[in-house]
Design a protein around this ligand. Structure first.
Ligand code: 8YV
Length: 330
């Protein structure tokens, strides 16, 4: 007799190809109308499945892990996404629940969007496009709508993991020099390839950069890493880009700095209280805001789904899932 298939509950609508494969492999419960699951629905779900596949829109905190423990069934949280700051990984680990994520497959897409935001802010692309589409292009002039050149500028990357390095590679092709702050320096081979300068002091790096890109994960150590005090260190022409997590920047202090002209511009794909955006940011001409599109490509989302499937399948077959997240890694 074939072994029982694990009960997998997927909290949001995933690409069709991913859902079809999941249905073939597992006893899968999908969320076809994509309505975010309520707290009560999540508590119910973790009590009656072997595997939960959540996304960033689900808060998997200690209380939910306790509810899962009470149900006695949940063994794996196979997150659809790389960031796991919405999951209490330590509580899961203590409860004997494995957590996996989907690293690697969204690196290039997120790096592309990071560069797009740098360009958009530096060259006033959104402002110009809105103006042209509103029929307000009244004729070219030598001094109208000037932005800032990208080539020759200093880029400071906060967090030199996979995505930070992919941003650095692209930025080099645009003629920027690469600087970075990280828990530790990258390997000499990578530093040489990227001609990257390591700054042990984040404060010192911030004060000297033209463009800053946030590419580190959100952990207790990086919450408000860019605090009001640190934002004040930026040069008045500096542009800040964030495609990581909103919580890493004090959003209210950023909005204030942008409004006062103490910071040149910002390109933000993520927000501190997502999906809410600080109202002060909404009207600023020097801020380009996107609705968390970093990994939003057809290819990327299918690749993410495939990673989720591999993690579940490996676990189901009694092996160690390839993308296991351990509390010590955060
Ligand atoms: C995902 C992301 O779309 O993977 C991540 O960490 O930030 C996003 O690009 C989202 O988290 C899916 O859960």
């Amino acid at each position: 007799m074939a072994a029982r298939k694990p009960k997998v509950i997927v909290t949001r609508k995933l690409p069709d190809a991913v859902e079809t494969r999941m249905r073939e492999l597992f006893d899968t419960e999908l969320n076809l109308d994509d309505a975010p699951m309520s707290r009560a629905a999540l508590i119910d779900a973790v009590g009656r499945c072997d595997v939960l596949s959540p996304t960033i829109t689900d808060e998997i905190d200690a209380e939910l892990i306790a509810a899962a423990q009470a149900g006695g069934r949940l063994k794996l949280i196979a997150n659809f996404g790389a960031g796991v700051d919405h999951i209490d990984v330590a509580a899961a680990s203590e409860a004997g629940i494995v957590v996996t994520n989907t690293p690697g497959v969204l690196t290039e897409d997120t790096a592309d969007l990071t560069l797009a935001l740098m360009m958009a802010v530096s060259r006033r692309i959104v402002e110009g496009a809105n103006l042209a589409q509103a029929g307000d292009f009244k004729g070219w002039t030598p001094t109208w709508m000037m932005g800032r050149r990208i080539t020759g500028k200093r880029l400071g990357i906060i967090g030199m993991g996979r995505i930070g390095q992919a941003v650095a590679r692209r930025a080099r092709a645009f003629g920027m020099s690469i600087h970075y702050h990280n828990r530790k320096p990258v390997s000499p081979r990578i530093a040489e390839e990227l001609e990257a300068t390591y700054w042990e002091s984040l404060d010192q790096m911030l004060a000297r950069m033209d463009i800053i890109s946030v590419n580190c994960p959100h952990t207790p150590a990086t919450y408000h890493l860019l605090s009001g005090r640190r934002l004040k260190l930026l040069q008045p022409h500096a542009i800040l880009v964030n495609t990581a997590r909103g919580e890493i920047i004090d959003e209210s202090a950023l909005a204030e700095g942008l409004a006062k002209g103490e910071i040149g511009g910002a390109g933000l794909d993520v927000f501190e209280f997502e999906p809410a955006i600080n109202p002060k940011l909404l009207k600023l001409p020097n801020a380009v805001l996107l609705p968390h599109l970093g990994s939003a490509t057809v290819e990327g989302r299918i690749d993410m789904g495939e990673k989720v499937i591999i993690n579940i399948k490996t676990w189901m077959d009694g092996h160690r899932p390839p993308d296991r997240v351990l509390p010590a890694m955060l």
